[in-house]
Design a protein around this ligand. Sequence first.
Ligand code: ADP
Ligand code: MG
Length: 694
Amino acid sequence: MSEGLDVPALFGSDVFNEATMKQQLPADVYLAWKKCVTTGSQLSLDTANEIAEAMKQWAIGKGATHYTHWFQPMTGITAEKHDSFITPTGDGRVIMEFSGKELVKGEPDASSFPSGGLRATFEARGYTAWDPTSCAFVKDGSLYIPTCFFSYTGESLDKKTPLLRSMDEVSREALRILRLFGDRETQRVIPCVGAEQEYFIIPRDIYAQREDLRLTGRTLFGALPPKGQELDDHYFGTIRTRVGAFMKDLDEQLWRLGILSKTKHNEGAPCQHELAPIYTDANTACDGNQLTMEIMKKCAAKHNLVCLLHEKPFAGVNGSGKHNNWSLSTDAGKNLFSPGSTPAQNAQFLVFLSAFIAGVDEYQDFLRCTVASAGNDHRLGANEAPPAIVSIYLGEQLDAIVHSIVEGTNYTEPEKSMLRIGVDVLPPIARDTTDRNRTSPVAFTGNKFELRMLGSSQSIAGPNIALNAIMAQELGKFADALEQAEDFDAALQTLVSTTLREHQRIIFSGNGYSDAWKQEAARRGLSNLASTAQALPTYISQKNIDLVTSRGIFTETELRARYAIHLDDYNKKLGIEARTMVDMALHQILPAALRYSRSLCDGLEKKKALGIAHKAERAMAERLSLHTDALYDAIETLRYSLKDVPDNAEEAARFYRSVVIPAMNDLRREADILEELTDKTYWPYPTYSDILFY
Ligand code: ADP
Ligand code: MG
């Protein structure tokens, strides 16, 4: 990267964004696109043809030779299939062509994407449809067209379609509330998301030597090094030169793609870092986060580094998550979670706040399920990330306000009558800067909610679909009640206070890591779904099916497909991890320990023959033998347990959780003891010290 980078000129230069469209499209075509994006109106094929032509010209100017419909299958990754623009002219030459039809619809051969039973393989057609609300871009010589992915019968096979549906729903219901408060201008309410992304960066040569990292993205073995993160010397610390160069390059690439990369710093664990973008609408944020994760990996490789996005690459130090900052904004940019300064503004704020509290309480299990994965099981509830129990942290001031509304007491001056919503002025609610309460899974941070349960490798679509859906649901119920009301202020007072009273159990300000909270949460009737195997079945409970089907976000079949895929993913990941452990233990760890043990015994023999003391050799050989035997047994136990995994996916998940994982833990314990006992020159792969403190 050159000195004096012109960031404003660089930013979005590889994106066919609104400014570019305005410049490159005929005025009527641009206006038709704009109308389509703001009101959801259809684009004619003529318009699509003109957009396609302009896109192609622009992309070719950026060095593109191909185009691809870029989509986000249900597994949470991204997929692409590239077609070149070439069209034969019949005389042995080609011209570059791209039609509106090709822009709007595609048909990748999609038979090998997991479909959760939605699409039989014999009927393998999957279609992609252009999403005109997210911008096309050029990357690696291709024009990327963000698309929705669906089956022949119209079922959504991706993460984008339900996200867009959920955004429409929450907008529709929020508008009903805004109208009740006299807002006539707002045409659309937009869920806004800023996803802070954590990741690890390690040297490529070290990574290459570890089969577990290569096959599973995390270390399955590894004794803890003498130093971990106890000195807190990494958090916000100076960034290593190599990593700094990577980050600089990464920012440049992200900016080119119009991703608002804003903040970068070291995180708690050695080799751990974070990137935070400036928030955008949820759809753009989701595309942006997918691209960010992909580019992080590619960019690291360019710098001879490896980016680990796994939730728990190393035992004993923090894992990685994603903080999903979420709020609702009007099309004019007014944040609906900003407390206002007039009684009406405050009342409106309290309506949105109560709806959020009610929704999270009612659908806590649904929210929990959207972050359930094999990787995230290492974090949630493991005293470094929020617990698996969902609760909301409001901060001291808002807590007191909620309390006063519930109790019917006045918040500020005890001698005054109770606070009347919509009539009295609330005190200004300051952004809570005192206690950020890192242990809370959902925290109100002044004008947005921060959902901290996401795993670092997950798509942010799932949790945001859930947040939009539950918010739409509660706002819809509120609007139903308020639209009927004869006395609006009285109805408002009743609605807010009743809602807060009914759902206040979800509010919790204390230490989420404590055992006392587990007991307290159980007393309050909050669910504690500690693992993916426990959580996932609740995803398809009748209540959750009703939520998403009544709002048209998923059909029941679509929801069940997601469930099947999440379950399958959990089982497959654990299967791979377990088999990798067996492989490494049998072919690397056991042989290394036996070789060392043999050399000890040889030395012992010689010393014995010479009549020299040999206490150390004897004791070490003894201990090694004890643990190599135990290792062998643990390998066999794990190997045999894998033969018993049930065919049924739900039973398999429970079996992995209750039988395979404990066997994996036993094997790791023995292997890690052997690592501590064995001469380092015998050890087959880099240790935690080698990796984390390179
Ligand atoms: P902090 O560092 O205190 O967590 P920041 O203000 O730096 O908070 O924001 C963290 C993330 O939240 C960023 O991605 C930011 O863009 C995003 N964010 C800020 N305001 C909002 C909002 N109103 N809605 C959604 N995300 C937001
Ligand atoms: Mg944060």
